[in-house]
Write a protein that binds this ligand. Structure first.
Ligand code: ATP
Ligand code: MG
Length: 338
């Protein structure tokens, strides 16, 4: 039976990298029916809103979206369209895998790293309750909100993710020695959840120590779970260990739907020039295929893309090559035997 997926090509380089990705998925043995929808600046121009009801209805129906980068137009009534979608569907789990690409030179090239950061995406330090205190903005304060429910579901998600992806260990990151209540609650709930998963190893590390360990011995980690702010920082750190944001995908997952995207933005400086690197969005598509239980085809797509990137000959300018988006994609298709 075919699986329906909402497709949002997005703004800036979005249409180019998405076209490349669709060509590659088209060469796989998968049965996907795309429901193409609009969002972002393009939607605002055509339909007068950056987030049409129809787009939300489609995601609600399919439960899965592959999304290009979106620009939030000024005066559209949204601070960020991306955040608005996450909020609308309560996409509480942000998943950021960092996997080494053989052949890509990094400081840890010899280690074959494969880490995943799972970040709580709806609470913590990012709830947006902040204000300054008079006179003259002499002070400012901000609220960190950690709930038992929010901690429980993200920790459970991390362990379920570990099981589903055959991973051995979950490491919980906290700062409960200083933030005794907020980080303390997260740690307490994390321990309770960990007790229910005898098959997965569990440990906990204080966030500052974790930063040091990640840049000295990153190979000892597997799945990492944390609250919003620490997760934000750690996920960029782990991206840096394997070659940067240009090759890193992300997923935002909720109870009823999942949205897959690249970590980078719309790159307006190179949009429309055929120069964009589609690797990150292709890796997001690989995550999406795994989510749809097309594991074998996901692996084929990942390996073909990694081969071309690792060889370094037919890669785009950001990776030091001179290939166009299309030439890179042709090389991936050749690798697939298509
Ligand atoms: P946004 O406001 O949507 O976040 P941005 O201007 O911050 O857009 P980013 O997409 O975050 O741009 O990119 C920052 C830099 O990295 C830009 O110079 C951009 O050209 C480059 N870049 C980002 N993504 C890619 C890509 N996929 N391929 C090539 N270069 C990229
Ligand atoms: Mg940006």
């Amino acid at each position: 039976m075919s699986k329906r997926v909402t497709l949002i090509r997005g703004d800036g380089i979005g249409p180019e990298i998405m076209e490349a990705t669709l060509r590659v998925i088209g060469a796989l043995d998968v049965d996907i029916e795309w429901d193409e929808q609009q969002a972002g600046a393009g939607a605002f121009e055509k339909l007068g809103t950056p987030l049409p009801e129809e787009t939300l209805a489609s995601i609600a129906e399919t439960g899965v979206a592959l999304k290009g980068p979106l620009e939030t137009p000024i005066g559209a009534g949204f601070r960020s369209v991306n955040v608005a979608i996450r909020k609308h569907f309560d996409l509480y789990g942000n998943v950021r895998p960092s996997r080494a690409i053989p052949g890509v030179n990094t400081r840890f090239s010899d280690l074959d790293l494969d880490l995943v950061v799972i970040r709580e995406n709806t609470e913590g330090a990012y709830i947006g309750i902040e204000h300054t205190i008079p006179p003259n903005r002499s002070a400012a304060e901000s609220i960190i909100l950690v709930t038992r429910h929010g901690s429980e579901r993200i920790c459970k998600f991390a362990f379920e993710y570990a099981r589903r992806h055959n991973r051995d260990k979950v490491t919980l990151i906290h700062k409960a020695n200083i933030l005794k209540e907020t980080s303390g609650l997260f740690l307490e709930v994390g321990r309770q959840v960990a007790n229910r998963y005898d098959d997965i190893e569990y440990d906990e590390v204080i966030v500052d120590a974790m930063c040091m360990k990640l840049v000295t011995n990153p190979e000892q980690y597997d799945v990492i779970v944390s609250t919003n702010l620490f997760g934000d920082i750690l996920s960029d750190l782990t991206s840096g260990l394997v070659g940067g944001l240009g090759v890193t995908p992300g997923a935002n997952i909720g109870e009823n739907c999942a949205m897959f995207e690249a970590v980078h933005g719309t790159a307006p400086d190179i949009a429309g020039q055929g120069k964009a690197n589609p690797t990150a969005i292709m890796m997001a598509a690989v995550m999406m295929l795994e989510h749809l239980d097309y594991d074998a085809e996901a692996q084929r797509m990942r390996e073909a893309t990694h081969k071309v990137v690792g060889r370094g000959e037919e890669v785009t300018g950001d990776l030091g090559g001179s290939a166009s988006t299309e030439e890179f994609t042709d090389a991936v298709l050749r690798e697939l035997g298509a």
